[in-house]
Structures are given as C-alpha cells and as structure tokens.
Design a protein around this ligand. Structure first.
Ligand code: DP6
Length: 326
C-alpha cells in the first residue's frame, strides 16, 4: 500500500501591492504573465491558511473565515494537486483573513502564497521559495510575489517566472495606507478583466511593449532609494493599466467617487511637497505609499475624503512563512 506523508500545517502570507502592474497573460492555461511586475509586500494585513491531509476524507473542503465556499474549491484543489501530487489524500483547508476579501486588496495573492507553503509542508515536500512562488503564481499571478518580502520583482520568462526580493522590508521604510471605499466584492474578476483588455483595448500592445521600461525605471529607483522617481513610475503605470480597462469593450471601471477623491487628495499632498503617491488595483480602494514621517498626515487626508469607510495602515513585511506544523 502506498505510504503518504500525512500532515497538518498552518502558514501565513501577506498581500502585496504592485507598483508596476501585472496585467495580461502570455499563456492562460499555465497562468504565465505576459510581462514582469514589481510590488511591495505588506505587514499588517494577513491570510492564514491551514491544510490538513486526511485519507479518511472523500473530498477536499474549504472554509474562508468559517464559511464554506465550494465555488473557490476547484482552484484550491488544483493548487494542492500541483504542490502535493495528484494522488495526494484529500484535504481540509481553512483560511482566515484580517481584511476584506475580493475587493482589490490582493486577497488571492495572500491566500495562494499561504496555501502553497502550508500544503508543501503538510505533504512533506521540500520546495524552495522560488518553486513555491511558481506554484502559487500558476493559480494567481500576483501570489508569486507574496512568497517574498520587502520590494519584490517578478520577471516573466518565456516558460517560467523568476521572483526575487530587491530590498528587505527593513532596508527602505515605505509605509502604505489603504483607503477602503467599498467593501463589496468586485464586479469583474482580474482574469476576466485582463482577457477583455488584451482582446479589445486598442492600447494593450503598447502597454506590453512599455512594461520593461517601467520595470527598469522602478528597479533603478529602488536601488537608489529614489522616492520621487518610484512615485512617478508607479502612478503612471497604474493609470496606464486603468486606461486599458476604460478602453476595453465593454469598459471596466472599478473606481467610484471616493477613489477619485483619494487620488486628488494624494496629488494635493504631493504638490505641497509631501512624499506620497497612489496606486489602484482591480478594485475601488486607493493605496497611498509614503514615508514614516508623513504617515499621519496622509492618513488624515484620506480619511477626510467623502466616501472613505476606513484607512488601513501597514509597513512593509516579510514573505509567506510557516506558523506551525503537526
Ligand atoms: C491589478 O493575480 O489576481 O492586482 O493571475 O488572474 O489570478 P490572476 O490575476 P491576479 O491579478 C492581479 C492584478 C493586479 C495587479 C498586480 O497585482 O500586479
């Protein structure tokens, strides 16, 4: 009879926020990104994922914050097959999150990064961080970056991605404020939105062709700790990505009035000399990146924008890690 490693493991990962965005796929089946991206991994927001392999189970199960979510199960099962092998025992998977899920806060990035770490340990595998990043990225492209901490670069090769941390969290004290403007799940998921942009936005090719220039500029800014240059590249890159969405057919608009209010608030602070810039993902929340001395001022300005429900704050943090095993 075949012997399995039967284990239980709990892992934690934090979401990451892209400053040069991943938006478009080279290979949809393998979920390979068309271009590279660059992100910061957060500290204060987290997802914890527990995986228990149990041969007495007939099927995998998944609960998110105590609620069964069968609709998300196929992707989780696929991920478990890739990490632990398709003939693995069935698994009980439970996740817990301390921030809104599915609202443009990279919840899937944190979830799959934590899942691959927990599943790998539960199955007794010894995958290294890059292998785990590739396995997480196969489910959700941005998840590959949450395996690493600080400022993270993802390079898109023809067949494989490469991911590395460019700068540890302690080496550049960037701070991130997240203005929550809507807690509902987004109307169009990232995969579908990317497909629509690639197929219908007249600017998609231009976007792809310019990504390596933006990545080069952002990498240089990180090496030099040049906040102003990182700010200029990140805001431009974000607005280009949203322009693809706006020019798709039918268009995709994730923003609301408060999203625009927050962008204006950040622009006003920056015009007054405050080191701050915004970025926005596939959702209506606005992420402002600043330096420690300015955090209180930026937080206050965002909280004063009509329609802002809450402002979350985070420093940069480490990559996905194991919390316990049994
Ligand atoms: C706007 O990683 O959620 O946050 O690979 O289809 O799961 P899939 O997409 P996902 O897309 C993230 C898009 C983004 C930009 C980014 O994080 O780089």
């Amino acid at each position: 009879m075949r012997q399995y490693h039967l284990g239980r493991a709990l892992a934690q990962a934090q979401p990451n926020i892209a400053l040069v965005k991943y938006w478009g796929k080279r290979d949809i089946r393998r979920n390979l990104p068309e271009t590279g991206s660059l992100s910061v991994t957060l500290e204060a927001l987290w997802t914890r994922m527990e995986v228990e392999l149990d041969p007495s189970l007939e099927a995998d199960s998944l609960s998110v914050d105590g609620r069964d979510v069968p609709e998300l199960l196929p992707r989780v099962s696929r991920c478990l097959d890739q990490v632990a092998g398709p003939d693995r025992p069935r698994a009980r998977v439970a996740s817990e999150t301390n921030f809104p899920v599915g609202a443009g806060l990279a919840s899937s990035a944190a979830a799959f990064a934590a899942l691959v770490v927990a599943a790998s340990r539960a199955a007794g595998k010894a995958h290294d961080a890059l292998t785990l990043a590739r396995l997480a990225g196969a489910q959700s492209g941005s998840a590959a970056r949450s395996l690493f901490g600080g400022i993270v670069a993802l390079d898109a090769g023809q067949d494989e991605i490469a991911v590395e941390s460019l700068c540890a969290a302690r080496d550049w004290a960037l701070e991130v404020l997240v203005a929550i403007t809507d807690r509902h799940a987004k109307p169009v998921g990232s995969s579908e939105a990317m497909r629509r942009c690639a197929e219908t936005s007249p600017f998609y090719r231009y976007w792809v062709d310019r990504q390596s220039a933006d990545l080069g500029a952002a990498r240089r800014a990180v090496t030099l700790r040049d906040f102003a240059s990182l700010a200029a590249t990140a805001e431009h890159n974000c607005l280009k990505m949203h322009s693809l969405m706006w020019t798709s057919r039918p268009p995709i608009v994730y923003w609301n009035d408060a999203t625009i209010g927050c962008m204006q608030a950040v622009r006003e602070l920056a015009a007054g000399g405050c080191p701050v810039f915004f970025t926005i993902d596939a959702g209506p929340q606005v992420k402002a990146v600043t330096l420690p001395d300015e955090t209180a001022r930026v937080r206050e300005a965002l909280a004063a924008v009509p329609g802002v429900l809450e402002v979350l704050h985070s420093t940069l943090g480490g990559g996905a890690r194991l919390l316990e095993t049994a």
